[in-house]
Design a protein around this ligand. Sequence first.
Ligand code: SAH
Length: 355
Amino acid sequence: MEEVQKKDVRKLSLPELEEFFLAHGDKKFRAKQVYEWLWNKSLKNFDEMSNISLSTRELLKTHFVINHIQVDLMQHSTDGTIKNAVKLFDQKIVESVLIPTSKRITACVSSQVGCSLDCNFCATARLKRMRNLNPDEIYDQVVAIKEEAETYFQRPLTNIVFMGMGEPLLNYANVIEAIDKITSPEGLGMAARRITLSTVGITKMIRKMADDGVKFNLAVSLHSAINETRSRLMPINDTNPVEELGEALKYWYDKTKRQVTYEYVIWNGINDDERHARALAKFCKIIPSKVNIIQYNPIDEGEFRQAKPEAVEMYVRILENQGIVAKVRRSRGQDIDAACGQLANKNEVAQLTEL
Ligand code: SAH
C-alpha cells in the first residue's frame, strides 16, 4: 500500500514545507500558498489547489497525502445541539458537539480517543485511553463544526471548548499546536479569548501553561473542594490534591491575571450539604473565579443522582452571599448523548470493539 507510506503533509510546519519546495527547485512562497489551502481553506485534496501548477500538485501527490477527519454520523438534538461522530485516519472514532445558544455557537472538541482518568461519573472514562489526537485532528473537528454552524444556523462559530473526550493537559503539545493553528491568520484566525481548556486539574501542567503565557481561558472540573470526596469522584485527586490545585491556580493567576471557571456537579448524598458548599466558597476565594454548576447527566443506573433543586439553591445562596458568581447551567443535547460526560461513542461501540 503505497499511500500508507506517504507522509501526511499537514505534519509539516510552514518552514518545513518551504524547505521541501526549495529542495525540489520550487519557490519558497509556494509553501505559504499550499499552507493556506491546507489550513485556512481545509482542502482535502491537492487537485483543488487552483493557483498551484499541475506539476507542483503532482510533486505534492507523489510525496504526501492529506489525512482528514470524516464526520461519520451527525445527530441533531431537539434543542438544536449537534453531535458529530468523527472518524480518524486509522478508523478510530471521537465525538464533538456543536452547542447553539442565542448569543453563541460553541464547538466542544475532543483531545484524546477515550480517556485515562477514570472519573467515575463520566461515560468517556469507560472507554479507556487509546491514543492522543494529532493537532490536525483537533483542528478539523473545529472546522467541521464551523461549517455546520454556517449551514444549519447561518451563524459563525464563536467559541471553542476543550470539553469533549479526553484530558487536554495529557496531550498538551498537540492541543497547543492545534490552538496555534486555530488562532493564526493562516488557520481560522479566531481569538484565543474565545477558547476554553477544561482540565481535571493536573497541577504540573497548569503551572506549565502559566509559564508558557497561554492566552486562552482555563476551566477546572472541581466537583468537590474536600479531598476525601474529590478523590472518591476523581482518582486524579490522590496525586493532585485540593491544596496543591489551589497553589497551582494561584500560580496561574499570578502569571496570567485570568480568572478561572470551576465546573461543579452536585450529587445527591455526595456533595449536596452545606459543608461542601462552604468548602467550595472558600476554594473560590483563592483567586478570582466563577462557578458553573452543571447538571448531572446520568450515564447508567449507578450510584450517582442529580441533587435536589433545594441543594442547588443552597449552593447558589452560599456562593452569592460571598460575592462569588455562580451560574446554573442546563444540560444540552441529552437526548442524543451529547451532554457533558456522555460522550462514549455509543453508536460506534460495535465498530470500536472490533478494532
Ligand atoms: N478531561 C477534561 C475535559 C472534559 S470536560 C475535564 O475533565 O475537565 C467534561 C466535563 O463534563 C468535565 O467537567 C466533567 O467533570 C463533566 N462531566 C463528566 N461526566 C459528567 C456527567 N455524567 N454529567 C455531567 N457532567 C459530567
